[in-house]
Structures are given as structure tokens and as C-alpha cells.
Design a protein around this ligand. Structure first.
Ligand code: HEM
Ligand SMILES: CC/C=C\C[C@@H](/C=C/C=C\CCCCCCCC(=O)O)OO
Length: 510
């Protein structure tokens, strides 16, 4: 339940109709001396403070959730850290999303076949609606494949997890999720198993090919876990050339060009897209938009549920198994819709750990932007940067903003918070369209994350995670299973529950 503001202003959070405050003289903060200021901020961001402290310290120093600062790799902009100012990023009459997918960082189009792909286009661009509609159509037309293909990929992965644990090896989900998600996406949307024998097969190389293409393309803002001096000199100081990964990208392109036959036919016949442009857009949508987001989100789901095991596991297990049982033992779309705690848990993880941490845009005209207690003038063309992890913890909106509360989004009070859940580049209660920049996979993401939890608590009674070593602070945490407590076989069937559910899901088209 959001708390009432007690400040004199128009606030989206408490909907009061008080007078707008007069815009303050200037936005607090500074960019520092040319080059030096940007370098200092970059070193603070990556090394001396880290992302969270970087913004938290400046918010306290300036006494404002809106301030000027240099964003990595070195672009001056205006940070938006509260839920009120953040909403300007979603107003196409006020902001221009052209070439702001990763702020002012603009990888060469060599990485995407010479095209500026969908994620970099403003909704007013003539190609935006066509390309967005193409991706949305692929998700919609493959909806019947989502549940069975996820069930198969899940089962393959967790058979490996169980084998690793039984042999005393590490059961690293952060690593195995990369193949799980890629297998699932390519089988469901491209209709081709990446490891099926063929001239353009990816084999087991899919994840590493994608990682190399992403790492070089976005090196300037990546954190590779190298020693600071090496990372600063070789990754953050100048753009890396496409030639470093040309051969790898060619393999990815060949796979899609050879096997994405139905998808590329849809591109041509329904949207009149040339094959080459459609292929590069499809690769980016699957490889960056979908795969990169999901391989970060799914381990976070496991981490947050795993670290809160005991009572939450009992409640999730009870809800999931009851929903499946009341749907004829089928993990059907209807069963998924009967899991309010699963959905709320997924939304809470997306609030606390959204994989897309920043949203950028440029002021389309001179603007007044407002926080909960101040307003400022922004000049046309200035870069705005929404810091999602701060806005998602706005204390004006969320009770106990830093706490993981799996029930937070359940029931009537939970529904009232949906306008403040911003992970998909738009409020959760609104919908993706070809005219906005909200995530094309918004509903698919929540379905996939819900399926992960459902399959976990169908196959296992509970699980434990290996504690994170503190020394791994700078690298992304590795989520590893310590135990997977398999559910007892069902006495009424010669199949155990996991096998039953997988077989039913694969044949279940309802
Ligand atoms: C956890 C996973 C995901 C997260 C956190 C996420 C989040 C986002 C965000 C924040 C944006 C807007 C980026 C910007 O313009 O600033 C976006 C755009 C997009 N997402 Fe996702 N997404 C995820 C998964 C997916 C999936 C599974 C798909 C399916 C193909 C997808 C397709 C897209 C596309 C095509 C766009 C560009 C939309 C446009 O430019 O209008 N995403 N996503
Ligand atoms: C991290 C991707 C999360 C969700 C995908 C989403 C939108 C992403 C917006 C910006 C991410 C740009 C890629 C940055 C990669 C940096 C290297 C790394 O962290 O691995 O689209 O659906």
C-alpha cells in the first residue's frame, strides 16, 4: 500500500492535486572538468563505489533524486531516481528514444548487419512499429510451444543438476541456465534445436557465441571481472572492433538464416521486411532482448526464493500442486493463472533485481521534470537516465522498499502497486504496443519465470543453495544448488510427478 506524500506538489504516487512547485534554478550535481569528470565518475561507478553506492551517495550529497552526473562509459546526463520523475521516460511526447538503448553508447551497426535494430529506434521511426509488430507476432504465433518447450528444456537441465549433485560436482544454475534459455527460445520461436545435426548447427557453442558478440558490442559498459587496470584500458576506454567476433556472429547468422524459415517467412509475407534486415533484428531480439534478460532473471528468481526457503517453499509448493491437481494434473495456462503467490514472487524479484537496470531517453523539447518534492527545467536534447533499482525502491511508494516480500503484489493492495513496477520499460498494468517502447516480451517473461517456479516445486519438495563467497563481490553471483529434494514418486502412477507433468505439458495444447 503506498504511503501518502506530505509534500505540496502533484504526485503520481498519492494523486494529490496541490500546486506544482516553481521549478528550481538548476539541477544539482555536476559533470566535473572535461574528460576528468567523466573518468572520475566512471572509476567511482565501476571500482571505488559500485553502482548502488554511486547513485545513493550522490542522492544524499545533493539532497535530490534528480541530479547531473556522467553515466558510464562517459556520457553527461540527468539521473532520475524516484518513481515520479521516472515516468517521463515513458511519455513519447516528451522524450526521444532514438539511439538511447544503452544511453549515449552507440555500438557500430557492424554488430547488427549494418542495421540500427528495433531497440534503438524511437516509436516515431517508420520501422519501429513494423519491427515491433514482427517480434510480437512471433511470440503470439508460437504461444502453444511455450509450455512444452520450456518443460523439455527444464527437464534436461535439472536432470543435469541432479547428476552433478549425485557425483559430488557443482550444480551451477547461473551457468546451465544459458543453455536452458537458448534451447527454449530457439526451439519455441525458430523451431530448431541448436544442437540438431545440420550444416549450420550451433552445437553446444550457442551461449559462448552470443556472450562473445554481446561482450564486445557492449564492452564499454560491461563488468568482465578483469583486474581494474586491464578492464579500464582494454574494455572501457575505446570501442572494440566487430572484427574480433565476426566469425562468431557469422555462425549465429547462419543458424538463423538457415533454420528460421517460418519466422522469416512471416517477416516477408506479413510485414514486408527484407530477409537480411529481419534476420539481424531477430538475432538481436532473441540474443540480447530475450536471452540476456532471462539468463539474468531466472537465477535471481532461484536466489531470492532459495534464500527464503522454509515457509515460502511450503506455500509455493502448496499453491502450485493444488493448481495442477485442480487442472487434471496438467501444468496448463489455466493452472499457471491460478498461482497468485508465484506471480507475486516473480514480480517482487523483477522489482528488486530487474536485469535491465537503466532506461535512457533524450528530452524531445524543453521540459519541466518533477520529483516528489522538487521540479527542474531540462533543456531539449539532454540525456535522461532512469536508475531502475533506485526507483524500484522508492520509499514514498513501497513499504520496506529493500525487503523481499513475496506476497507484496498479491490481492487488491498488490494490484494497486502494479503502476509502480517498471522493469519492462513501462508500468506493469499497461500493455506493450507497437507504438510504445515497452518490452515486447513483457508477458512472456512473467510466464517463463512462473513456469520455472512451477516446475521446481512439482519436481522437488524444496532446495538449498550454496552460500555466496564474499570474495566474489565484483563478479555476478554464481547461483549453485546445494540440495534438490526430489518429490516422492506418486503411488498411483508408475511415473514420478516430474515425468508425468513433462509428458502432460508436452501434449497439453489447452
Ligand atoms: C527478464 C527478461 C527481460 C527484461 C528485464 C526485459 C526488459 C526490457 C526493457 C527494459 C526494454 C526497453 C529497453 C529500452 O528501450 O530502454 C525491453 C525492450 C524489448 N524487449 Fe525485453 N526484457 C526481457 C525479456 C524479453 C524477452 C523474453 C523478449 C522476447 C523476444 C524481449 C523483447 C524485447 C524487445 C523486442 C524490446 C524492444 C522493444 C521496443 O524497442 O519497442 N524482452 N525489454
Ligand atoms: C541486460 C539485458 C536485460 C534485459 C534485456 C532487455 C533490455 C535491455 C536494455 C539494455 C541492456 C543492454 C545490454 C547491456 C549488456 C552489458 C553487458 C552485460 O551486462 O552482460 O531487452 O529485452
Amino acid at each position: 500500500m503506498s504511503r501518502r506524500c506530505n509534500k505540496a506538489h502533484v504526485c503520481a504516487a498519492c494523486n494529490s492535486s496541490a500546486q506544482h512547485p516553481k521549478p528550481q534554478e538548476s539541477i544539482p550535481g555536476s559533470y566535473g572538468a572535461p574528460f576528468i569528470g567523466a573518468l572520475r565518475d566512471r572509476l567511482d561507478f565501476f571500482w571505488f563505489q559500485g553502482e548502488d553506492e554511486f547513485f545513493r551517495k550522490r542522492k544524499e550529497r545533493y539532497g535530490s533524486t534528480i541530479f547531473r552526473v556522467n553515466f558510464v562509459p562517459g556520457m553527461p546526463g540527468i539521473a532520475l531516481l524516484d518513481q515520479k520523475s521516472y515516468l517521463v521516460l515513458y511519455d513519447p511526447t516528451k522524450v526521444d528514444k532514438h539511439d538511447t538503448f544503452v544511453g549515449a553508447l552507440l555500438p557500430k551497426t557492424d554488430f547488427t548487419g549494418g542495421y540500427r535494430v528495433l531497440a534503438y529506434l524511437d516509436p516515431l521511426h517508420p520501422k519501429h512499429a513494423i519491427l515491433k509488430s514482427f517480434i510480437m507476432e512471433l511470440i503470439k504465433s508460437n504461444s502453444s510451444r511455450i509450455l512444452p518447450e520450456f518443460a523439455t528444456a527444464f527437464s534436461e537441465t535439472f536432470n543435469q543438476m541432479e547428476t552433478a549433485l549425485s557425483e559430488g560436482r557443482e550444480a551451477n544454475f547461473s551457468s546451465s541456465v544459458k543453455m536452458l534459455v537458448l534451447d527454449f527460445l530457439l526451439r519455441a520461436i525458430v523451431h530448431r534445436d541448436p544442437r540438431a545435426v545440420g550444416a549450420a548447427a550451433l552445437g553446444d557453442d550457442g551461449p559462448s557465441l552470443l556472450e562473445s558478440w554481446i561482450a564486445v558490442q557492449f564492452a564499454a559498459i560491461a563488468q568482465a571481472g578483469l583486474p581494474p587496470i586491464l578492464e579500464e584500458i582494454f574494455l572501457h576506454s575505446f570501442p572494440l572492433p566487430f572484427s574480433l567476433i565476426r566469425a562468431n556472429y557469422q555462425r549465429i547468422y547462419s543458424f538463423f538464416d538457415t533454420y528460421a524459415i517460418e519466422a522469416l517467412d512471416v517477416a516477408k509475407e506479413r510485414f514486408d521486411l527484407e530477409r537480411d534486415e529481419a534476420t539481424h533484428n531477430l538475432i538481436f531480439a532473441i540474443g540480447v532482448n530475450a536471452w540476456l534478460g532471462l539468463i539474468k532473471l531466472l537465477p535471481s528468481i532461484i536466489f531470492y526464493v532459495g534464500k527464503n526457503n522454509s515457509h515460502l517453499h511450503d506455500k509455493l509448493r502448496g499453491e502450485i500442486r493444488a493448481a495442477v491437481a485442480s487442472n487434471g494434473g496438467r501444468l496448463s495456462p489455466k493452472a499457471i493463472e491460478s498461482m497468485p503467490l508465484v506471480r507475486s514472487t516473480v514480480l517482487e524479484v523483477l522489482r528488486l533485481a530487474s536485469p535491465a537496470k537503466y532506461q535512457y531517453a533524450r528530452a524531445r523539447k524543453d521540459l519541466i521534470i518533477e520529483s516528489h518534492d522538487a521540479s527542474f527545467v531540462v533543456k531539449k536534447g539532454e540525456l535522461l537516465c532512469g536508475c531502475l533499482s533506485m526507483a524500484s525502491r522508492d520509499p514514498v511508494i513501497f513499504e520496506n522498499p529493500d525487503s523481499f516480500i513475496p506476497e507484496r503484489f498479491e490481492g487488491g493492495d498488490g494490484e494497486k502497486l502494479l503502476p509502480h513496477l517498471l522493469w519492462s520499460n513501462g508500468p506493469e498494468h499497461l500493455h506493450t504496443t507497437s507504438q510504445n517502447k515497452q518490452c515486447a516480451g513483457k508477458d512472456l517473461v512473467i510466464l517463463i519465470a512462473s513456469l520455472l517456479l512451477a516446475h521446481i516445486f512439482i519436481r522437488y519438495d524444496t532446495f538449498e543453495l550454496v552460500d555466496q563467497p564474499s570474495s566474489a563481490a565484483r563478479k555476478p553471483p554464481q547461483i549453485c544448488f546445494k540440495t534438490l529434494q526430489i518429490r516422492a514418486t506418486d503411488p498411483t502412477s508408475d511415473l514420478n510427478w516430474a515425468q508425468r507433468i513433462s509428458s502432460i505439458s508436452s501434449s497439453d495444447q489447452t
